[in-house]
Design a binder for this molecule. Structure first.
Ligand code: NAP
Length: 212
């Protein structure tokens, strides 16, 4: 495949990425925030699920950089209100993927709507927008779909074991405990550095099978 796909998550000691599915997780430290921005800087396109876009009130921009990545959001039905911060902030072009409907009434200047599945969408971003590196910032439901479509090459984690997000219903990086996940995916550790924040480590894993 001609493009690469990465993802970045902060994980608490209980394996959770948030206290509650709808509560913003925030950054686990100032260093974690810096790391998020660094990873964003290297991306041609950033992608998030609508849940994360809204929970974390995201604009998906890179500060102090002329070249802005494409800003992509996934939703099943495209139920955007138009009040979301992303539509009111300057940044890269916005591409919305709607997976479970073939049309939507939602229109905004500078926003392109796509219909279909993640794999086809990524190919469109590569073919039509020149995206070589697509970077996912969550949430769990979206990462689960990236894994199900076997799209993920690199996984960046902030291991923030100084925190317990907690809650049985809190999401993990592969979504809620709502069903089967097969087959297992295997990655190898390629980098491990201390974040500089007490008790926090940045980890980077690369998929073992690079023949996707
Ligand atoms: N710790 C971290 O690093 C981190 C990172 C990201 C998010 N979070 C936290 O995680 C929580 C959100 O988790 P989540 O699992 O609910 O997030 P999510 O995947 O961002 O959001 C779920 C929603 O996004 C849309 N969506 C996601 N994947 C889709 C797919 N493959 N196809 C179609 N639509 C898709 C759907 O929107 P529709 O309802 O419109 O269909 C779905 O309801 C928040 O609390 C956030 O703060 C933490």
């Amino acid at each position: 495949m001609a493009f690469t796909v990465s993802a970045n998550f902060a994980i608490a000691a209980d394996g959770k990425i948030s206290s509650d599915p709808h509560r913003p997780s925030g950054w686990t430290s100032a260093q974690d925030h810096q790391r998020l921005l660094e990873l964003r800087r290297n991306a041609d396109a950033i992608i998030v699920g609508r849940g994360t876009l809204c929970a974390d009130n995201m604009s998906l921009t890179v500060p102090n950089q002329a070249r802005q990545p494409l800003r992509c959001v996934v939703s099943r039905h495209g139920n955007f209100s138009g009040d979301e911060k992303i539509f009111h902030s300057h940044g890269g072009d916005i591409h919305l993927l709607v997976t479970d409907a073939s049309s939507s009434d939602f229109t905004r200047d500078g926003v392109t709507l796509h219909f279909g599945n993640l794999t086809d969408f990524f190919h469109e971003l590569h073919r039509d927008q020149g995206a070589q590196h697509i970077h996912c910032e969550g949430g769990g439901m979206l990462l689960r779909d990236l894994l199900d479509h076997d799209l993920l090459d690199t996984l960046h984690l902030t291991w923030a074991a100084h925190t317990l997000f907690g809650g049985t219903n809190a999401p993990t990086i592969s979504g809620l405990a709502d069903g089967k996940f097969s087959p297992s995916r295997h990655f190898s550790l390629v980098e491990m550095i201390e974040s500089g924040a007490d008790g926090e480590i940045f980890l980077t894993y690369q998929r073992n099978d690079l023949t996707k």
